[in-house]
Ligand binder design. Structure first.
Ligand SMILES: [Zn+2]
Length: 488
């Protein structure tokens, strides 16, 4: 095994790299203003081919050829590329990438909010406080701003937990998961516990997503009849409420779309919304009357956080693009991308370009290929115009691996266009290598930016530079600030 650079275990390595990259940009980029509000949108697994295919689907849904269409954020003036590898992995997961784009430091796969000195699952090593990294949400809170998280996954899932957790294993979402790995949750508290009972999660004004089961005891049933997972008998939803009462603050816990609507008409100081036992349903499979959309969640979060005149940091995740790709459910992956685009669109309507920085990116790529030689306007979800040398069709959007693999018969590939459930939502596009779950890709991801200092997000850079760039634009957190550079 090639030895890696030991320096990468020290957070200073990544912080210094990011800060000198900011200095280097200042020599040739003329950017102005500073951001009171920073909103980071994350399409989990939203690779560049996913963007191209999703915009084509969006156009085709509007009866156009499609390729010329654009997602909302594709109109932002600045585009950059981020390198997604982690300290121990060429192709990353959503935990080490969350640590990079929220805490500003690259780390090991599977770990969240701790440096690369901490190996995955090493509970005891992770107790070392000097290995704990502050996120950009903490930087915002320390500056007197507010912070919040919105996601379509469990709020304890890898991406959002990068904003508040310090943990050696992303899978330790409830105490049961810690116990299953033969550790003591009293020593290494689970992610849901940290969100409710530790700083900075306990200071978040807005927490919206799924994952009620991580908060409830395993003998307690939630509002929709599903049991909790916790073995410590704690009801963390009740503990969250008690904490807000102790602060003399107004608060509201909500679990369905009607309640979310009523809370948006009378915004309390703190909002906790948990809309499913696990992840939110895929948008195309959810009942739009009862389930909130990502755009609706984003709007409530922005309106609630806007009460703080000093500003805020908000993290919004379209988390199920990734899940659909892992299943080779290509239409669902594209639709979830379009849902993220709608959420960004809503934010552009609610927040001014003068004082709010919006950044849209992804944590890592996937292995969906956009391939073949189809004519202009060809059905993006259909087979390619060209045909295999074996005289069997192949899909314009297919995968190099995943559960969509079909064993070949003695000589031939399977013609998937003849499948009984062909083109249904849970029909899997075809994959070359059989795997239970399709893998991530190692390619770079796109970064789109709008608002003050957005020009600073151009070029090809390490993913961990993102929070440093956002904090630079917002004039909070450690490192150099746009406001002090004289061009404010
Ligand atoms: Zn994934």
């Amino acid at each position: 095994m090639t030895p890696r650079n030991q320096e990468e275990s020290h957070p200073e390595f990544w912080i210094n790299d990011a800060q000198s990259a900011i200095e280097a940009r200042l020599r040739y980029i003329k950017a102005t203003g500073s951001a009171r509000n920073v909103v980071m949108f994350l399409g989990d697994g939203m690779s560049i081919p996913t963007l191209a295919a999703a915009r084509t689907l969006l156009g085709q849904r509007n009866n156009k050829t499609g390729e010329e269409a654009h997602l909302s954020f594709e109109m932002f003036h600045t585009v950059g590329l981020a390198k997604t590898y982690c300290v121990d992995s060429q192709i990353p997961d959503s935990a080490c990438t969350a640590t990079a784009y929220l805490c500003g430091v690259k780390a090991n796969r599977g770990t969240i909010g701790v440096t690369a000195a901490i190996p995955r699952r090493d509970c005891l090593a992770s107790l070392e406080k000097s290995s704990h990294l502050k996120s950009i949400a903490t930087w915002a809170l320390e500056d007197g701003r507010d912070a919040g998280i919105v996601t379509t996954t469990r709020v304890t899932h890898a991406s959002p937990s990068g904003a508040y957790a310090h943990i050696a294993n992303r899978d330790w979402e409830s105490d049961s998961d810690v116990i299953d790995d033969e550790y003591d949750p009293e020593i290494c508290p689970d992610i849901a516990y940290q969100l409710v009972n530790s700083y900075p999660g306990n200071n978040f004004k807005v927490i919206l997503g799924g994952g009620r089961r991580e908060f409830l005891p395993n003998n307690v049933v939630d509002e929709e009849g599903k049991f909790g997972k916790r073995r410590d008998d704690r009801n963390l939803i009740e503990e969250w409420k008690m904490d807000k009462i102790a602060r003399n603050s107004s608060y509201q816990y909500v679990w369905n779309r009607d309640q979310l609507k009523s809370v948006s008409n009378n915004l309390p100081d703190y909002i906790l919304g948990l809309f499913e036992s696990s992840h939110l349903q895929y948008h195309m499979e959810a009942n739009e009357k009862t389930e909130p959309s990502l755009a609706e969640l984003t709007e409530v979060a922005i309106r609630a956080l806007s009460k703080n005149k000093k500003g805020f940091f908000l993290f919004v995740e379209g988390g199920r693009i990734d899940h659909a790709h892992h299943e080779n459910f290509v239409e669902l992956a594209l639709d979830e991308t379009i849902e993220l685009s709608k959420a960004v669109q809503r934010a552009t309507e609610l927040l001014s370009e003068e004082d709010s920085l919006l950044v849209v990116t992804s944590d890592h790529a996937h292995v969906m290929a956009f391939n073949g030689y189809t004519h202009r306007g060809g059905d993006i979800l259909g087979p390619s115009d060209s045909i295999g040398d074996d005289n069997i069709p192949y899909m314009t959007l297919s995968y190099t691996n995943g559960p969509g693999h079909r064993p070949h018969d003695s000589v031939n590939r399977v013609d998937v266009t003849g499948d009984e459930n062909y083109r249904q939502l849970q029909w899997r596009s075809h994959a070359e290598v059989p795997l239970d779950s399709e893998t991530h890709g190692g390619d770079d991801v796109a970064v789109f930016a709008r608002g003050p200092q957005s020009e600073m997000f151009s070029g090809l850079f390490e993913q961990n530079q993102l929070p440093h760039l956002m904090a630079y634009a917002g004039c909070f957190g450690p490192g150099r600030h746009a406001c002090s550079s004289g061009d404010e």
